[in-house]
Design a protein around this ligand. Sequence first.
Ligand code: C2E
Ligand code: CA
Ligand code: CA
Length: 556
Amino acid sequence: MDYYKLLEQFLKEMTAETLDIKAVYAVLAELCKLYRISRGVTWFYDNPENEQLGIGDKFVCYDDGNASDNTLVTRYVTDVKTISTCTVYFSKDAEPLTQEEHDQVDLIQKAIISLVTRNRLKRTVDRMSYYDFEGYMNLRYYTREIERLNRQSELPGMVAIRYNLSHFSLVNSQIGRKAGDEVMKRYTGTMRLAAGEDGLVCRIGGDNFIMYCPAERYEAVLKVLKGVPIVYDDNSNERVRVASSAGVFFIPDNFEYHYFGDVMAKITTASEQARTGGGDSIVIYDEKTELGRDHIIKVQSVFGESLRRGEFKVFYQPKVSVTTGELMGAEALCRWFHDDRIISPDEFIPVLEMDLNICKLDFNMLDQVCRDIRRWLDEGKRVVRVSINLSRKHMADMDIKEHILEIVDRHNVPHEYIEIELTETTADVEFTYLKDVVNGLREVGICTSIDDFGIGYSSLNLLGEIPWDVLKVDKSFLPEDDEDKHSTHGIMFRHVLALANEIGMESVAEGVETERQVRILRANNCTLAQGYYFDRPMPVENFEERLDNYIYELPQ
Ligand code: C2E
Ligand code: CA
Ligand code: CA
C-alpha cells in the first residue's frame, strides 16, 4: 500500500465513533514498515511539569526490536498546556530517508499527535463530566452505570439508595469547612468499602449522595448509614459521628425499567420521608411510600389553617410515683382534631419536622399548657410540673431560651412547673448546642429531660456532660413480662437507672403497662412511671379531675 492510502486509513480509524485500537496498530505497523521505522512511541502529558518528570501516558504503536538512536521527534503543546510527543526510531542498518520521505513521516507524526491529543482531551472532558469538582463521581456517572446494569439484566438484586448526611451543616460550622470536607470524603470512602466492588457511591450535590450495591451488602451499608465515627485529624485522632437519613429501594426481580427516572423517583420519595423522621432514619420504599407522599402534601397544606383554628389540642398523661402512687407530673402530648377524627402525633409530627412548622406547633403546645397551669393556679388547684416535647428542629434556633421564656412569662407561670423534653442527639456536633440549651434553661429554673433514652445512640456521654434534670427511659428499654431479670436488656435497664440515681437525676419510665413492670421500677429506684397501667393521655377536663384526686393504687 502506498503512503496516501495508509494515511487515509489511519485517519479513518482514529476518528471512528469507537476506537478500534487493533486496527490503528495495524495501519501504523504498515506505515512504519514503509518508512523503515523500527519503533514508534507517543506520549501524552497533562502539563509541562509532568512532561519534565516523565509522568504521562505512553503509547507504543510499533516495535520490531531494532530501534537505534536515530530518531525523529515531533512535539505539540495545546492551548490548555497538555503536551503530546511522537518519536520514531530507525533501525541501525536502515537506509536513510529521502527528503520526500522525511516530509511524509513528519506529516504522519503531526497527524498522529493531533489525533492522540484530540482523543485524550475528549477523554478528559468525559472524565470531567462524570466527576464533580471535588472528585466525587456524579449523577451522570450513576445514570450511566444504572443503564449499563439494566442492559446486562443485573438490576434485580441490587439495592438503590439515596442518602443525606444528617446535620452536616452543623459539622461544618463546628469543625470548619476544611475538616468537614475531609469528613465527607472519609465517610464516602467507608461507604464505598461497605458497598463493595460491585457497588457505586456518587454525590449529587452538597451532602446528598446516591448509591447502589448488591443486596448482600445492604447490612454493611446500613451500619454506615446509621452512623460511624469518622476521624478527621490523624494526628489528634479527632472524630465526629456521621449518620445519614436514607431512602432505600430493593430492586425486585420483576422490576420494569424504562428509564433512569424509574429508580430515581423511588429512592427520592423514600429519602424525603426519611428526612422527616428526625434526620437520621432509613425508609425502605414500598407502595405505601407513594401513599405517604400524598399524606405529606395534605398535612403541609392544611397545617397553618388548622393551627389557627385550634385543631391541635394538648392531652395530658400523668406521671406517677412508684413508691407512693401520687400523681407527680404530666407530659403534654399533642392530638389533632381534624375531619371528625383524632389524629395521633406519629401521623403528623414527622411531616411537620420536614420544615420548621414543628416549631410553631411546639410553641403552641407550650402556650396552651401555660394557659392551663395559670388557670389551675388561679383556681387554687393542686398543680404539678408539666413536660412539653421540643423537636430537635429547635436546635437551629439560637434564641430558643428567650422564645420559651417569652411564652412562660407572658402567662406568668412559675418556671418550676415547666419541663422541656429533648431527644437524644446523634451527631456529636449537636451536642454543644444541646448543652448550651440545657444550661441556659437551667439558669432560669426550667427543668429539662432527655427523652426516649435507650433507643438510638444513647451515649452515656450525653448523660454525664449535660446537666439534665430528668432521664426518660424509653418503653423499649422496659423489661417485658416474660423476660427474666438476667437478660441483657434487664441488666442494661438496671444499670441505666443506677447511673441516673448516681448522678442525681430523676428517672421516669415510659410505657409502663403491667404490674410487674411497676414492681421492677420500684425495686430499681425509678422515681416516676408513665403509661397505660395508670392512665392514657387525656383531655384537659379529665386531667383536672385527676389533679384533685391524685392517688393511684399500686401493686404490692
Ligand atoms: P413520646 O414523647 O415518647 O411520648 C410518649 C408516647 O408513648 C405517647 O405517644 C404516649 O401516648 C405513648 N404511651 C404512653 N404510655 C404508653 C403505654 O403504656 N404503652 C404504649 N404502647 N404507649 C404509651 P403519642 O402521644 O402518640 O406521641 C408520640 C410521639 O409524638 C411522642 O413520643 C413525641 O415524640 C411526639 N409528640 C407528641 N406530641 C408532641 C408535641 O407537642 N411536640 C413534639 N415535638 N412532639 C410531640
Ligand atoms: Ca416525650
Ligand atoms: Ca418518650
